[in-house]
Design a protein around this ligand. Structure first.
Ligand code: FES
Length: 310
């Protein structure tokens, strides 16, 4: 879908928000809290960004982008190249972080730019009159985006962990205080998500939800295996130093991808034979154990041959 970049706004140090409107002046496709869009930045360069605005607002999408110091091209491209008025190529909304709307209580925990999916969740929960709380940590006040939008709510805790006398969120205390049937959502840096997962291991299945915005596992570039493509009949070697996605694209295979780091699920392909070396954060542990699909952007192969359903 084509969208026009209508406005760019400074939200915090290193974080801008971007308002995208329909080119034809109509409505944007509806989305649910937690959804993201894939933004095509250049040929072979796409990134996923959470939608920030209230889902009830259909005239535009808002995304926010943190200019990562170690950017592999996505956030740097946006901060340096995007100009108001330009036309962008974005996907329809996708949701890997859906919210259970009828939970007795919702606990949201956000680190840094991980605040973004929480804002439409809060908008929806407020509209439904549901019980919720938010715990938000940023390095410092000038790096905390959207604090102004949270100031009306008394159920918000904000902590700063990068200033003298600052503090981290006490995840164990937050989780211990949450009602047994509450749903908990966490989006933030990998270390925070790992700590959250460890803290919530005794929660009922499906009550603790996490969203990665950058992967910290290593993408598989060991190579040394062969791909057999069942539909096209192609055989492709994956060499040391390249990803499975690199090898597929080099061989002219048309395959969709966005985040390129195992988060968004865009590049999922069915596996018909062999054993993948799963490196993604998208598939569940059960999915990975079943070995019936693979994220080709980041995963490798434990067997000499992997047969894919493409
Ligand atoms: S492109 Fe996002 S998971 Fe592979």
């Amino acid at each position: 879908m084509r969208a026009r970049l209508k406005n760019i706004r400074w939200e915090a140090e290193g974080i801008n928000s971007y308002i995208l409107e329909p080119v034809d002046g109509g409505l944007m496709p509806a989305f649910e809290p937690g959804a993201h869009v894939d933004v095509q930045l250049a040929p072979g360069l796409a990134r996923s960004y959470s939608l920030v605005n209230d889902p009830a607002i259909r005239g535009y999408y808002e995304i926010a982008v943190h200019h990562a110091i170690d950017s592999r091209g996505g956030s740097r491209h946006i901060h340096e190249q995007w100009r108001v008025g330009q036309i962008l190529d974005i996907s329809d909304p996708k949701n890997n972080f859906p919210m259970v709307e009828d939970a007795s209580h919702t606990v949201m925990i956000a680190g840094g730019i991980g605040i973004t999916p929480m804002l439409p969740m809060i908008a929806r929960l407020e509209k439904l009159g549901r019980s919720w709380e938010l715990h938000y940590v940023a390095a410092s006040p000038d790096r905390a985006a959207y604090v102004d939008r949270l100031s009306d709510h008394d159920r918000v805790e904000i902590a700063y962990d990068g200033i003298p006398g600052g503090r981290r969120l006490d995840l164990a205390a937050i989780c211990a205080a949450a009602p047994a049937d509450a749903h908990l959502y966490c989006c933030g840096p990998g270390g925070m998500l790992n700590a959250f997962v460890a803290t919530n291991c005794d929660r009922p299945k499906g009550h603790a939800h996490i969203e990665y915005f950058s992967a910290e596992t290593e993408v598989a570039t060991e190579g040394g295996y062969t791909l057999e493509l069942a539909k096209s009949g192609k055989t492709i070697s994956v060499d040391e130093g390249e990803t499975m996605l690199d090898a597929l694209l080099s061989a002219g295979v048309d395959i969709g991808f966005a985040c390129a780091e195992g988060i968004c699920g865009t590049c999922e392909v069915r596996v018909l034979g062999g054993v993948p070396d799963h490196r993604d954060h998208f598939l569940t542990d059960e999915d990975k154990a079943a070995n019936t699909s693979i994220m080709v952007c980041c995963s490798g192969s434990k067997t000499a041959t992997l047969v894919l359903d493409i």
